[in-house]
Ligand binder design. Structure first.
Ligand code: NDP
Ligand code: 8X3
Length: 250
């Protein structure tokens, strides 16, 4: 079995690579930080005796997505699971003060990047007559919160695409699922606050957030249901978070 995981250099993607490897999957792992991809590949190959192929590219660039997927060795083209995980929030501000560079980054990564890779990989899945696409959405795709405007819009787009893909791929019996987490402690907030680690730390202060492993276990559970079962959509939150803005802090 083969899983392609986008954004495997950190957080949820990295934890998902580890759990699929532990269950004997061969992996294609992607991201822009090549050193991290190679370090993870080495670690997983030696721990689990699997095959790992690394693809270092920017998911926002259609030509890079196309070239990298086309470059896969034939045995790696038999992809069983595509985990659409690469994504980010950039900034947290009102519409009137929003930085348009942040907007472009989020729209290009979370929506267009996800579309580019899905187009290429779903074509392989159709040829192979098998496949499962798992989209990482967010609670931000189910609700909106102050200053979250564009990030929330991109994750609402993922929510819509999750439903749309399921319709388009139904004749090919390719499963499509989404997992929508609340707060998970990863590099997410550091990226959102443009590298400000102190500000990022405050997001999780006084509460127990989800771990990347909590989400990875859910991803693997979704992927390992029997072939006739599709999990359409899951929202998974820390017990101390009722919705985007209501949390219980010590
Ligand atoms: P991290 O910042 O820890 O990981 C994000 C991953 O996405 C990295 O591996 C990064 O790789 C990759 N990525 C980002 N931009 C690009 C790009 N242009 N091209 C290729 N890869 C890219 O955050 P998380 O693990 O938390 O985020 C994973 C997903 O989970 C995202 O879609 C996020 O929106 C979603 N999510 C996160 C939540 C949270 O609270 N953490 C809650 C709900 C959803 P690299 O930098 O090497 O390119
Ligand atoms: C990440 C969680 O609440 O910052 O998708 O939008 S949140």
């Amino acid at each position: 079995m083969i899983a392609l995981i986008t954004g495997a250099t950190s957080g949820i993607g990295k934890a998902s690579a580890e759990i699929f490897a532990k269950h004997g999957y061969n992996l294609i792992i992607t991201g822009r930080r090549n050193e991290r991809l190679h370090a993870l590949a080495e670690e997983l190959i030696s721990a689990y005796n699997i095959n790992v192929h690394t693809l270092c590219f920017d998911i926002r660039k259609l030509d890079e997505v196309k070239t990298n997927i086309a470059s896969l060795p034939i045995e790696f083209k038999q992809i069983d699971v595509l985990l659409n995980n690469a994504g980010l929030a950039s900034g947290l501000s009102t519409i009137q003060d929003g930085d348009t560079n942040d907007w472009e980054k989020m729209i290009d990564t979370n929506v267009k990047g996800l579309l580019y890779i899905t187009r290429e990989v779903s074509q392989l899945m159709i040829t192979n007559k098998k496949g499962h696409i798992i989209n990482i959405g967010s609670i931000a795709g189910k609700e909106v919160y102050a200053n979250g405007n564009v990030y929330c819009a991109t994750k609402h787009a993922v929510d819509a695409l999750n439903k749309a893909m399921r319709i388009d791929l139904l004749p090919h019996q390719i499963r499509v699922s989404a997992i929508n987490p609340g707060m998970v402690e990863t590099e997410f907030s550091i990226v959102r606050f443009h590298g400000d680690e102190e500000r990022a730390k405050k997001v999780y202060e006084g509460l127990q957030p989800l771990t990347p492993q909590d989400i990875a276990e859910t991803v693997f559970w979704v992927a390992s249901r029997p072939a006739h079962v599709n999990i359409n959509d899951i929202i998974i939150m820390p017990t101390v978070q009722a919705n985007s803005t209501t949390t219980l802090r010590k």
